[in-house]
Design a protein around this ligand. Structure first.
Ligand SMILES: [Zn+2]
Length: 213
């Protein structure tokens, strides 16, 4: 299990964690997934039946993580609804022993508070599409989270991220993951090989598929 691209929506991506909605979860040989409801989709409402389907998909051995899910202060449904759904994802992740891929827009404090109030601080979080500043990065890091950086990021936030919490991703862009790796390696004064070794080891540690079987 070598995952270089920690978050993509491309359904044929190899060495990647492919993020899908439960309705689109159709596991292909040799590929890895995270499955969950995006906060933007909460505007249409998520039913109990929808969540039951998510639970089924999340149990699949190729579903290594739950998400992407989270909170978005600028888009999606009512914030109380988004938060309730996020906590449901956390509970599911806790029950299955899988980490959560998090989408957060201007909600770092609110998400960490919700996780604490729910008594689920043991659920590992990987914050995808990390574009916040160094202060926001530190808030996540202090809470034990991993940070996943794509082609657009705040260099100061990257600098304060410990190497053992670092992940990289393409998300919904067409930028090749190797270009992201090159860019981030340069910014950190690492060789591309060192960077790739670091992020794949981090993904393996976080996702640890052997413990899910
Ligand atoms: Zn995404």
């Amino acid at each position: 299990m070598d995952i270089l691209d920690f978050h993509t929506h491309r359904l044929d991506a190899t060495a990647a964690l492919i993020s899908v909605d439960p309705q689109r979860f159709d596991p292909q040989p040799g590929l890895w997934y995270s499955v969950g409801f995006h906060p933007w989709d909460t505007a249409d409402g998520i039913t109990d039946a929808d969540f039951d389907l998510l639970e089924q998909c999340a149990r699949h051995p190729q579903a290594l993580a739950i998400g992407e899910t989270g909170l978005d202060a600028l888009r999606g449904g009512d914030m109380a609804l988004q938060e309730a759904l996020f906590v449901r994802h956390l509970q599911l992740a806790h029950d299955l022993g899988k980490p959560v891929v998090v989408h957060s827009v201007r909600t770092s404090r609110q998400m960490l508070d919700a996780r604490r109030r729910a008594g689920l601080t043991d659920v590992p979080l990987a914050i995808h599409g990390m574009r916040g500043n160094a202060h926001v990065a530190r808030t996540w890091i202090d809470a034990g989270c991993y940070l996943s950086f794509g082609a657009r990021f705040n260099p100061a936030a990257l600098q304060v991220t410990p190497l053992d919490r670092l992940l990289i991703e393409t998300d919904d862009t067409s930028v090749p993951i190797c270009d992201v790796a090159t860019q981030i390696a340069q910014s950190l004064h690492l060789t591309v090989e060192e960077l790739i070794r670091t992020v794949t080891a981090n993904a393996r540690h976080l996702l640890n598929p052997s413990s899910h079987n």
